[in-house]
Design a protein around this ligand. Structure first.
Ligand code: F6P
Ligand code: MG
Length: 499
């Protein structure tokens, strides 16, 4: 906890940090309470532990409800009282760096992480709710509402693009020549899909309006938006003309992505491509952000890397505790795969497209991805460091991250997804926007303090917080004229690379 610049703080009334502490976090806290309330009221009478669970739930509600009060009155932070393995480290950080500090006085990054850790504390103090994820229902509902985009993308990915070879987009291999148009074009498309998948996280949507989520996905990914969308086509139409429909969707999709290109305010994807195309059977680490649609497109991207021959190992890093509402936990990872290819207990599918071709496309992807997990090509892991109060500057040197860093050094490429990971990469400071990314990430970058053994660091991030770096001269001034809230609206993005 030693920021290289002045950190963003909730004290600045014009910052998104202030808005977050003032209005977003209290809503998130209230919704967490509602979830526990609904869950314990829904416990069946047949549950022999019902009484105990109810008692504990009331206590949890009291603790989380109290958080809202502390936050709104800017009460001092207090130490953690639970026995989780990270409690001591949090308490040390509190006493060392933030004695007598509070929500608005501390850095925004610290306060916000502290909130999610406090929510965890309320559950960790119980017997029966220790592993409960109060955000799971929201993650599930929003993923369900992503059906159109999920299905449409599955069909696009699995339908042959070349009638002669019957190869689909995902069958284009590096052996066809890494510079072949197919491999290159597919790469840039995959990068954008993975990037814009970050636009719909749940903590930004205080009140997830599902129609809004669908609209965002449609705009960002243009799925199901052409006149003859595969997701909307009748079974007869789709069997006869599916190739045409898919081709039309793909073209539309590509042109939509192109329209979005100018929303990427700093785009280093060419640097990334230069690295990726030189990899053969490498290891890529993806530091995940959100569950649901974003995780699905991360799978798509990882599948591309494997099938093309660039990677033979993809390590996904998830969070150990419920975090920033929608972040992926290991349970979400497996659950998402299951929903794509396994019927649920009542023999229905989570996604229920009527067209058998769409069902097959989903199943094919789900089964393929499950096979990667089964044979060790894909690994999901989690580490306490990702949910600590520490920025990623500390990854190479923090004692409790030692094992994580040693393992990650074996990798050829680190891809950090999303806004919070970006904030932690650049220490959530007030950097001038023209600061090079590689400088702003300190020891993970290329400066004097660089740590040994860090591979290329990449961030795919839609902008949802005040900090942004790596912009060319004049971009900030231009953007200020285009949109007052461009830094936080989630409509703009950066693809940043530190070689
Ligand atoms: O609340 C802080 C914040 O970083 C927002 O700016 C953003 O909406 C959210 O958390 C998390 O975004 P992401 O899921 O992209 O990390
Ligand atoms: Mg997130």
């Amino acid at each position: 906890l030693n920021p290289p610049q002045k950190p963003l703080s909730g004290q600045d009334k014009h910052s998104f940090g202030y808005t977050t502490l003032q209005s977003r976090l209290p809503v998130i806290v209230s919704k967490t309470v509602d979830d526990v309330y609904r869950t314990y009221h829904g416990l069946p009478d047949s549950d022999p532990l019902k009484k105990e669970k109810e008692q504990e739930a009331k206590k949890i509600i009291e603790l989380i409800g109290g958080l809202r009060y502390e936050l709104q009155r800017d009460k001092p932070f207090r130490p953690f009282t639970d026995k989780r393995e990270d409690a001591e480290e949090w308490n040390q950080a509190l006493s060392e760096y933030y004695p007598a500090s509070s929500w608005y006085k501390a850095s925004w990054l610290f306060s916000e992480c502290y909130l999610y850790r406090r929510i965890k504390e309320a559950f960790a103090l119980s017997q029966h709710w220790k592993d409960y994820d109060p955000f799971f229902e929201q993650k599930q509902t929003v993923f369900k509402s992503s059906q159109k985009a999920v299905v449409s993308m599955a069909v696009q990915l699995t339908t042959p693009v070349d009638p002669k070879t019957q190869k689909s987009m995902l069958d284009i291999k590096v052996q066809d020549g890494p510079e072949s148009k197919g491999t290159r074009d597919t790469f840039f498309e995959m990068v954008q899909v993975s990037l814009w998948g970050n636009a719909t996280d749940l903590s930004l949507l205080d009140n997830p309006d599902l129609a809004k989520v669908e609209e965002l996905q449609r705009r960002m990914l243009s799925s199901g938006s052409s006149n003859k969308s595969s997701a909307n086509a009748s079974p007869a139409a789709s069997t006869v003309h599916l190739d045409e429909v898919v081709q039309e969707d793909r073209e539309h999709h590509a042109s939509e992505l192109e329209k979005h290109a100018d929303k990427i305010l700093s785009n280093d994807s060419e640097l990334l491509w230069n690295r990726v195309k030189s990899l053969r059977n490498g290891r890529v680490d993806i530091i995940l952000d959100n569950a649901g649609f974003e995780l699905y497109v991360d799978f798509v991207f990882a599948d591309y890397l494997v099938r093309a021959g660039f990677a033979s190992e993809v390590v996904f890093h998830a969070k150990r505790i419920p975090w920033f509402v929608s972040d992926v936990m290991p349970f979400d990872f497996q659950w998402t795969l299951d929903q794509l290819h396994r019927p649920t207990s009542d023999n229905t599918n989570f996604f229920n497209p009527t067209d058998p071709i769409e069902q097959q496309a989903l199943q094919a992807l789900g089964q393929k991805w499950q096979s990667y997990v089964n044979n060790g090509t894909w690994k999901v892991t989690s580490h306490e460091f990702w949910t600590s109060c520490y920025a990623f500057y500390h990854l190479p040197t923090h004692p409790s991250a030692h094992d994580l860093f040693q393992d990650m050094r074996q990798s050829d490429l680190w891809i950090f997804k999303g806004d919070l990971n970006y904030r932690k990469l650049v220490y959530d400071c007030k950097w001038p926007t023209t600061t090079p990314f590689t400088k702003a990430i300190g020891p993970l970058g290329d400066g004097e303090d660089k740590a040994e053994g860090v591979p290329m660091v990449v961030s795919f991030r839609t902008c949802k917080a005040d900090v942004v770096v790596g912009l060319a001269e004049g971009v900030e001034e231009k953007m200020d004229k285009v949109a007052a809230n461009w830094q936080v609206s989630g409509e703009y993005a950066v693809i940043s690379v530190s070689p």
